[in-house]
Design a protein around this ligand. Structure first.
Ligand code: BTN
Length: 239
């Protein structure tokens, strides 16, 4: 039995799960859904915008017991679960490395995975997912935000979306330990793969062709005929 908690309002579903550490609920499979977050967290310390009751806001606690060097495997399965969920709803989406979910050139969802590590092993991961469903007005972002309602001009039932994403996530999590199975799936869905893209690093703007993702999650970019590796803090894709 999977423990599923629902709240009208929390600071952040990821933070809420961490606050349960030491509680008997704090175990593999715990899921928290919320209608609204007062301090929704995004990647790189950003705020995650989500209008009250309009979108999917969820976190799941897992106990992966994976080596830290394999931490990107968690990213992959979560991205794939979301793309599959979207596909079952009629959306064609792609994964913008490392873990933005894109419809066309716009971002429809984001993932924030926070790990608790001991002795080089990931003991706990909190997988936070935000998917824009029925929100139609957003602040300005780069890349721009979109949502289901903006793409299809119809409202979606949030409970259905929660159920779909949760079941895809559970399915993919089961595959987490079957080596290599989802590797190609992730690459096949990689946004702008084999295309010339403009990147910004601390020191310059440059062009490169995305060739893949290394097993620890570094992006492989061909720059002037040479394959270089970057982490997500080093470069930003420009649109
Ligand atoms: C991103 O910046 O793309 C990641 C966004 C992740 C947002 C989700 S919403 C549910 C969970 N709780 C949070 O505070 N953040 C994640």
């Amino acid at each position: 039995m999977q423990n599923i908690l629902r709240f009208p309002k929390v600071s952040s579903t990821n933070d809420y799960i961490f606050s349960l550490k030491g509680d008997e609920l704090f175990k593999h499979g715990l899921v928290v859904f919320a209608d609204y977050q007062t301090n929704g967290r995004g990647q790189r310390g950003n705020y995650w915008e989500s209008e009250k009751g309009k979108n999917l806001i969820m976190s799941m606690l897992i106990e992966p017991r994976l080596l830290v060097k394999s931490q990107f495997d968690i990213n992959k399965i979560v991205c794939l679960a979301i793309v599959e969920s979207l596909s079952s709803l009629g959306f064609d989406s792609k994964i913008k490395w490392p873990n933005d979910i894109m419809i066309g050139q716009k971002k429809v969802g984001g993932i924030l995975i926070q790990n608790m590590i001991s002795n080089n092993i990931i003991l706990f991961s909190v997988i936070g997912i935000g998917l824009n469903v029925n929100q139609s007005v957003f602040n300005k972002y780069s890349p721009k935000a979109t949502s289901f309602i903006l793409e299809k001009e119809q409202e979606f039932n949030l409970l259905d979306i929660q159920q779909i994403v949760l079941s895809m996530l559970n399915k993919r999590l089961k595959m987490l330990f079957s080596e290599g199975k989802d590797k190609d799936d992730y690459l096949n869905l990689l946004f702008k793969k084999d295309q010339n893209v403009r990147f910004k690093s601390k020191s310059k703007i440059f062009n490169g062709v995305i060739r893949g993702v290394e097993s620890s999650g570094l992006l492989l970019v061909e720059v002037e005929g040479v394959i270089k590796q970057y982490n997500s803090k080093e470069i930003k894709m420009l649109f």
